[in-house]
Write a protein that binds this ligand. Structure first.
Ligand code: C2G
Length: 447
């Protein structure tokens, strides 16, 4: 019996896929089809797949050509599968010509003609409403946004606004489709959603303005610095049927997200201690050191270490003590210690003090270790008393990582999802409360 194997995502299964499966089946007597798992596709940069793995498997089965369907979950699996299933022929579409020649060592490799004029990408584009996004505040982070958005389907960055028109013009000149608007009304008229990347102290003002104009909002972190302001803007967004999301990129990072769900499912037992640190020595003449612009380490960096603490221990802590080294009215280093009913957590942030930037989550069965830069992580480990149990996890991290949060924002808009499991509204509100505690200098000590 001649065994053939082929692989694919098979998203929005179409005639091109069906032709390919038929041709593959005709090469032999028995066809095995490897359907990519959702995490494998994310790992190879396919962010926009519509059907989940179960739906895709069902669609492949329904063609009637597959004698067996397997899941492709890791790089290198094809070699293992060919040996495991004793495969004679590996078949794939001609768009991959040459890419799988290395498999000739294990079986015959056949590139089958691809069906012209149809693809999953095309079908996704046809069925998607495009969300037009405008950027308010055209600084460093904002300039990364259009390129990151270009790899997410369903979104187009079309407008830019900045109180300094030169900055908006510059962003526009670098991005063909982005028009710089000197006038805010015209800016809002051109878009469905805004990305706010202005200095922290103006966020509250722009969020309200954008929501009042009927626009969805993705706002850079820290969204606001006062708990009640955060509650107010979330309530306003929901009352208007609009999505408001804090742009905390770590929350949407695939590796971090997987780390959180694995720990929640008990792999290190009960979480008893979290220690999260992050420091970045910046130019002292920058905005980050200017008190009048909301500078300081806690505002600048705090939402990142607060994220694993709130996600794993919740927001109902009994006490938070803050210790800061101040310089010219801003904290160049802050350490926070949370006491929860059954856990203690600490974090350190620094703009003028350097420290080891790792994340350690200690549990009753073992601990998670994530080296710096854990806030953009592509790697983490679980470590146990018996070192044979230790496990290391590696992920792909593309570009600046804004694409993951942009994708979540667009999908929340399309699906009318006000709350997001990766960063709950109440967690954003609690982050603002921590910032507020610092402003009010409660449980605060200067060191
Ligand atoms: N295909 C085709 N004609 C089209 C579109 C796709 O023949 N118009 C073929 C592809 O060449 C591939 C199969 O259909 O052989 C599945 O395509 P995708 O779902 O796009 O999967 P792909 O990203 O090509 O993954 O490990 C996975 C493999 O690398 C293939």
């Amino acid at each position: 019996m001649k065994k053939v194997i082929t692989y694919g995502t098979y998203d929005l299964l179409h005639q091109g896929h069906i032709n390919l499966l038929r041709r593959a089946k005709e090469l032999g007597d028995y066809l095995i089809v490897g359907v990519t798992s959702d995490s494998f596709d994310r790992g190879r940069g396919k962010l926009n797949v519509r059907n989940n793995v179960l739906e895709r498997v069902e669609a492949v089965k329904a063609t009637g050509y597959a004698d067996e369907v397997i899941i492709e979950d890791y790089l290198g699996q094809k070699i293992d599968d060919i040996q495991k299933y004793d495969v004679d022929i590996f078949a794939i579409g001609s768009d991959w010509k040459g890419k799988f020649d290395y498999l000739n060592e294990y079986c015959k490799v056949v590139y089958l003609p691809r069906t012209e004029g149809i693809s999953s990408t095309m079908l996704r584009a046809e069925s998607t409403t495009i969300v037009k996004v405008g950027i308010i505040g055209c600084g460093r982070v904002a300039n990364r946004f259009p390129k990151e958005a270009s790899v997410v389907s369903g979104v187009e960055v079309v407008a830019a606004y900045d109180t300094n028109l030169d900055a908006a013009n510059l962003l526009s000149s670098r991005n063909e489709k982005v028009v710089a608007y000197p006038d805010l009304k015209e800016f809002y008229d051109a878009i469905d959603a805004v990305y706010i990347a202005t200095p922290h102290l103006s966020h509250y003002y722009y969020i309200k303005q954008a929501l009042e104009a009927g626009k969805h909002v993705l706002c850079e972190t820290p969204m606001v610095l006062i708990g009640d302001e955060a509650k107010e803007v979330f309530a306003l967004a929901e009352s208007k049927g609009l999505i408001l999301m804090e742009a905390n990129k770590t929350a949407h990072c695939p590796a971090f997200n997987h780390l959180m769900v694995m720990i929640k499912s008990g792999v290190i037992g009960e979480v008893v201690d979290i220690d999260a640190s992050l420091s970045q020595l910046l130019d002292k003449n920058g905005r980050e050191f200017d008190k009048s612009q909301g500078g300081g380490a806690l505002f600048e960096q705090g939402s990142y270490p607060l994220l694993p603490i709130f996600k794993l221990c919740g927001i109902d802590y009994e006490n938070l003590d803050l210790y800061s080294r101040m310089d010219n009215g801003i904290d160049i280093h802050t350490k926070g210690v949370f006491r929860f009913k059954n856990a203690v957590c600490s974090f350190k942030v620094g703009l003028g003090v350097k420290t080891e930037g790792n994340l350690v989550i200690s549990g009753t069965k073992g601990y998670a270790y994530v080296p710096a830069p854990w806030w953009l992580t592509d790697y983490f480990e679980f470590r146990y008393e018996d070192q044979n149990e230790n496990k290391k996890f590696f992920y792909k991290w593309d570009g600046y990582g804004l694409r993951y949060e942009i994708q979540e924002f667009i999908s929340s808009i399309i699906n009318h999802r006000f709350s997001n499991a990766r960063l709950r509204r109440r967690e954003s509100v609690q982050m603002a409360r921590v910032m507020q505690q610092f402003i009010e200098k409660k449980n605060f000590m200067e060191i």
